[in-house]
Design a protein around this ligand. Structure first.
Ligand code: C5P
Length: 232
């Protein structure tokens, strides 16, 4: 499994995305397309970025009845993305249906990653709004184990949880981790952050980095710094 840096393309139009990507002349970074860009520009933006030679993590976090998710995943698989995701809260039946939908006639499929509990959900809100009373970290580990049992490839989690996820679900079970900041950079609205070097040490497989690269004065230099620290 290759360790890699994934740039979060949190832009609201194709013009902004392309003027950002045009700065990368020598490398073709792995990129993440989230809901904002996908809903603004539709599936054509995925095809256009793919045609430029980038690997794509399509971050749409599906969560619906198994049959609907299966059919939606078949469409996403046809877009030739490299990684996509869903909410583990949709149950193992939904995750298994998703794998079926994603698998192409030739047996290949994009990597499928589960969101456990969103990092924006606190213990307090989980108990009051979701009526889940176990400790949050145990809920995250349980969801990760369910995802592994459903044969998903990994989870999105905090880099700080990556080591424990590997312990519980095996070292080949991928950890895709946002919440990464340079030691001398701004934290912004992220709460629990780590540097790319620390994420590597704890065992993240992929780091997802947005603003430290997209808002940098020199995004290419910031990307290279991330790669140097994380991949080595
Ligand atoms: O700009 P920043 O580096 O904070 O961007 C992180 C990216 O990862 C954003 O696209 C954000 O939506 C996503 N993400 C996150 N925390 C999660 C799940 C996804 O920051 N738990």
């Amino acid at each position: 499994m290759g360790k890699d840096v994934i740039i979060a393309l949190d832009f609201d139009s194709r013009e902004k995305v392309f003027s950002f990507l045009d700065q990368f002349q020598e490398e073709k970074p792995f990129v993440k397309i989230g809901m904002e860009l996908y809903y603004a520009e539709g599936p054509d933006i995925v095809r256009a970025i793919k045609a430029r030679g980038h690997k794509i993590f399509l971050d749409l976090k599906l969560h619906d009845i198994p049959n609907t998710v299966k059919k939606a995943m078949a469409v996403l698989s046809g877009l030739d993305v490299d990684m996509t995701n869903l909410h583990a809260a949709g149950t193992k039946a939904m995750m298994e249906a998703a794998i079926e939908g994603l698998t192409r006639p030739d047996g290949t499929r994009p990597l499928l990653i589960a969101v456990t509990q969103l990092t924006s959900t606190s213990q307090e809100r989980m108990e009051a709004d979701l009526l889940i009373h176990e400790p949050l970290d145990q809920v995250v580990m349980h969801y990760a184990q369910c995802a592994a049992q459903a044969h998903l490839d990994g989870v999105v989690c905090s880099p700080l949880e990556a080591g424990k996820v590997h312990e519980k679900c095996g070292k080949n079970f991928l950890t895709v981790t946002p919440g990464v900041r340079f030691a001398d950079g701004e934290v912004g609205d992220q709460v629990r952050v780590t540097t790319p070097a620390k994420a590597k040490e704890i065992g993240s497989d992929y780091i997802v980095v947005g603003r430290p690269i997209t808002k940098a004065e020199d995004p290419v230099a910031a990307y290279r710094r991330c790669v140097a620290e994380f991949v080595g």
